[in-house]
Design a protein around this ligand. Sequence first.
Ligand code: UDP
Ligand code: MG
Length: 334
Amino acid sequence: MGSELVYEGVNGAISGIVPDVSVVVPIHNEVESLPLLLEAIASTLSSSEISYEIICVDDGSTDGSGKFLKEEAQKRSDLKAVILRRNYGQTAAMAAGFHYALGKAIVSLDADLQNDPADIPMLLTKLDEGYDLVSGWRQKRQDGAVNRLLPSKIANWLIRRTTSVNIHDYGCSLKAYRAELLADMNLYGELHRFLPALAYIEGARITEMPVRHHARRFGRSKYGIWRTFRVLMDLLTILFMKKFLTRPMHVFGLLGLISMISGTLIGIYLTFIKLALGEMIGNRPLLILAVLLLVTGVQLFCFGLLAELLMRTYHESQGRPIYRVREVVAKKVN
Ligand code: UDP
Ligand code: MG
């Protein structure tokens, strides 16, 4: 009788059966691809006897993708449609999908058929070898050379150098995760491409596997060259999170200290030449530098202390421990 499906995922009350895998797909205006995509996922997984659910998140599409998904979800039991109120961006759409996922493993992939659902069983097998995250590597990537491949090469190199997660292709959406890992992680901004780096901060075991990649058949890419700059900003955030999330005073305190000490030394020098040698110091640029260094130093110091307070609020208010336990082993006493 067309009753509404009540459905809560990893972060809420669990109802329904737990499938082997939840396939999460963010969708923004991909209506032509959807029938082929659903068919490809369903046929791969049912032929390898993996129990699954597909969670399609409509991220404010205006081409009827949402309507199509709602109709399909009424007809078939392997599909859940999550319709967002407006366009929030790929990261938010993925986060929404993860929220409603019930599977033991979660696979994310793009809706545009650039990722190949036939690769999913292979990623799941790898996950079973004991990894928490298996990332796809588009070895033969089918995208424009100048506007996509070059920026992506540079970005990948930078991310690899700075995050200590040694994989080739951060931008590949086709990834498999153990569900517990995602339950621990919060996504913001456009951080989905940094999921491996964030997972690394959470202590995850990460690996990669070459996957297929196809040229876009329908519609257009939602991104242009400006994405590169956002990725760079996100990279800075991640770097900071990785190094100093639990000890901000170590960064700001140190910088503040260096600044204050240099300011003080210059000040002492100026005092010396004023008092001992009787020279004028009022017109010296060095004086301005000394004052600037002192003021900046004090500010950095205070900022570090504030950051320490914020960090404590962040961890304690959400009950987030500063560590992650992989497993606890203890001998049973009857
Ligand atoms: N996407 C989305 N919301 C957005 C932009 C993109 O859900 O605001 C989805 C899009 O429908 C696709 C995936 O994210 O399934 C990747 O987008 P796209 O193919 O445009 O990126 P590219 O493959 O060109 O990097
Ligand atoms: Mg694409």
